[in-house]
Ligand binder design. Structure first.
Ligand code: ZN
Length: 136
């Protein structure tokens, strides 16, 4: 990468720390309600379905489909100037939640709603590995 401006990184806090620790191991985890089984993302304090606070972090499949997508042709932050155009997608995970992320290893002209995708991890530094998705 030729530019000098670092990309903004996700904020890791006590609530989402297990998600980012798992990502460093290249595992995708979500909170799951022990009472009703509902998966939630992003991390929260209670279940969105039944309001229970009995949530556990569980490994999920890493598979899903593209719910919707767009291509960024303009760099809205200077750190992304070398990467435009690139795809931003909403992946609907098999477990239910939708994750805003990037699609990689896919020509932009081939992106389709409903396309099956799987998670891959991009190591940014010692703390952050970003979950991204590629076609299956
Ligand atoms: Zn619940």
């Amino acid at each position: 990468m030729s530019n000098q401006v670092p990309k903004p990184l996700p904020g890791v806090d006590e609530l989402n720390k297990p998600f980012w620790e798992a990502a460093r191991r290249h595992e995708l985890v979500l909170q799951r309600c022990r009472k009703c089984g509902f998966y939630r993302y992003p991390a929260g304090l209670i279940c969105q379905e039944c309001a229970s606070d009995d949530l556990a972090w569980v490994k999920v499949s890493g598979r899903g489909v593209i719910f919707t997508w767009t291509v960024f042709h303009r760099a809205y932050h200077p750190a992304f100037a070398d990467e435009v155009p690139y795809a931003v997608v909403a992946v609907e995970l098999e477990e239910g939640p939708r994750m805003i992320t990037n699609l990689v290893d896919c020509p932009l002209a081939e992106i389709k709603i409903g396309m099956s995708v799987e998670v891959v991890f991009e190591t940014v530094n010692d703390q952050i590995c970003l979950p991204k998705f590629r076609p299956v």
